[in-house]
Design a protein around this ligand. Sequence first.
Ligand code: NDP
Length: 294
Amino acid sequence: MDTNTSLQALMKGPLPPLYFCIGSPVVGNPTQHMMEKAFEQLGYPGRYLTIEVDPDELEPSIWGLLAMHFQGGNVTAPFKQEVLSYLDELTKSASLCDAVNCITRKDDGTYIGDNTDGKGFLQSLVEIVPDLKKRKVVVFGSGGAASAIVTELALHGVREVVVVNRTLTRAKTLVDNLAGISRTTLSWEPWEGIYQIKEHDLVVVQATSVGLFQPDDCIKVAFTPDLHNVIACDVVFNPVETTFLKKAKLAGCQTLDGLGMLVNQGAIAVKQWTGKEPDRALMRSSLEEAFAIC
Ligand code: NDP
C-alpha cells in the first residue's frame, strides 16, 4: 500500500485489517515478510505483526488479539495445541490433528482455527505425484508437522501410510487417533537402528525436526541405491536442500523440499483471509530473501 493510501486510511478510515504470528521464540520466523509481500502484490491493505508471547501469558495475549478484532493470524511452536481452547470453531483438519496454525475471524465475529501445514504439504506433493492415492507413504516423525501431514494424507485417501517415530508410543497414538477417518490403511513401525528405504514407488516424508538449521544432520535412514520412482520429501525448510534430500537424490529419488509446504500453507491462509489467490512464486522468493540473512 503506498504512503498516501496508508495515510488516508489512518486519518479517515477504515483502519487496515490486522494479522499476527505468535510463538516463542518467534524471532527468525520469516512469515511476516512473506505475508506482507503477498498482501502488497494483491493490493490488500492488511498489516501483519510478529509477536513474541510468553508461554505463561498465552491466555491474556489471545484474548487481547481477539478483543482488538485482529482478522486472523498464524500460530507457531509451542502454542499450536494450547490455542485450540480459545477458538469458537475448528476445521476438520485442525480437529483431527489437534493443532491449529491458522486463525481466521469470520463475518459474524467468531474465530475459526485451521491447520494448513498438512494441506500445504499435500498441495506440493500432488503437483509432482498425480497418482498419490495409489501410493504407499512412509512418514518419519509424530510431532505437529507429521500429525498434520498424516491427517491430510488420510483425508486425501492415499492407499497406505506407515508412521515411523523415535518414540514409538507417539507413532501409535497418532495412528490410533486417525483410525477409521478414511479408507487409508494406517500403521506404525518401530525405528530400530538405521531404517532402510528399499521399496520402489514409495513416497517417504522426513517430518521430524532433525536438520533444521543443522545442514549436516540427518535422521537415521539409508537409501538402497537405484530406487525407481521414489519421492523423498523433507519438511525442513532451512537449509532448503537437507542432507536427507541429498542422500535421497544420490539413490535416484525425486525430491521435494520444505519450502514449497511453507509457501503453500501461507498461501492457503492468505486466500482464507482475503478471498484472493496470492502469488506463490513471490512468496517463495521472499522466504529465500529472508533466509539469506540467517
Ligand atoms: P515437534 O517438536 O512437534 O516434533 C518433532 C519430531 O521430531 C518428533 O517426532 C520427534 O520424535 C522427532 N525428532 C526430534 N529429534 C529427533 C532425532 N534426533 N531423531 C529422530 N527423531 C527426532 O516438531 P514439529 O512437528 O512441529 O516440527 C518438525 C519440523 O517440521 C520442524 O523442523 C519444523 O520447522 C518443520 N515444519 C515445517 C513446516 C513447513 O511448512 N515446511 C511447517 C511446520 C513445521 P520424538 O517423538 O521421538 O521426540
